[in-house]
Unconditional design. Structure first.
Length: 230
């Protein structure tokens, strides 16, 4: 009887430990990926710095997630087709170029090469998934050329999320696509310096473009459905 009781007690303790571990995991995991009102620290500073650089935030970069930061995040979310809740969760952090809630350890607003590669591959997929490989590299090169051009933001995420720059951001396609292997390779080639456009900073589809101004730009090359221009 005592032996059976002991086995039952051990089993009960074992099950209780599993329940506690699962409960802690569910409780802690989201916090590691989420910033909201009341959060503070270097991660919040990085968020504020990016939002301020892009014109969404006008408050101090103080590392405190207060009402001004909440409103800035909502503004960013609304502009970029995200759920508007004022919380920097996984999707909003990704849109900011901050991967897996790692902004606290990134130390700056520029983003790591790994983060930049992921962002570039995603926008290449969204803009040119059905285009030839050369065209995908060219799209990546245009985006990287903009980072170096004085007329555009000086970070990759800043270029990609610049207001009105790319339709997949505003219509939400950027967030729903499955990044392709060819887009990842194209992003890598572009970041390694391959630029088939020779310095182009624009691309467009002449059959769908509604901007008369873009047709006035100097054409560099045409690949698939895209015209690349300076």
């Amino acid at each position: 009887m005592n032996k059976k009781f002991s086995l039952a007690a051990v089993a009960a303790v074992f099950l209780l430990n599993i329940v506690l571990i699962l409960a802690l995991t569910e409780t802690l995991a989201p916090d590691a990926l989420t910033y909201s009102r009341g959060s503070s620290g270097d991660g919040v500073r990085t968020i504020q710095t990016k939002l301020k650089r892009w014109g969404y935030y006008t408050g101090e970069v103080d590392g405190i997630y207060g009402s001004k930061t909440v409103e800035a995040v909502k503004y960013f979310q609304r502009t970029n087709g995200l759920a508007v809740d004022g919380i920097c969760g996984e999707k909003t952090l990704a849109a900011l170029g901050i991967s897996d809630g790692s902004s606290g350890s990134s130390g700056g607003a520029g983003g790591s090469r790994e983060n930049d590669m992921a962002l570039l591959a995603r926008i290449i997929t969204a803009e040119s998934e059905s285009e030839p490989y050369l065209g995908q590299v060219a799209v990546g090169a245009v985006i990287l050329n903009r980072v170096q051009h004085p007329s555009f933001p000086n970070t990759l995420s800043g270029v990609i999320f610049q207001k009105g720059a790319f339709s997949p951001i505003s219509d939400g396609r950027f967030y729903s696509v499955t990044v392709t292997a060819s887009a990842r390779k194209a992003a890598q080639d572009a970041m390694n310096g391959y630029d088939p456009t020779g310095g182009a900073v624009y691309f467009y589809n002449p059959r769908t473009s509604t901007s008369k101004w873009i047709f006035s730009r100097e054409t560099v090359m045409t690949v698939g459905n895209h015209v690349f221009a300076k």
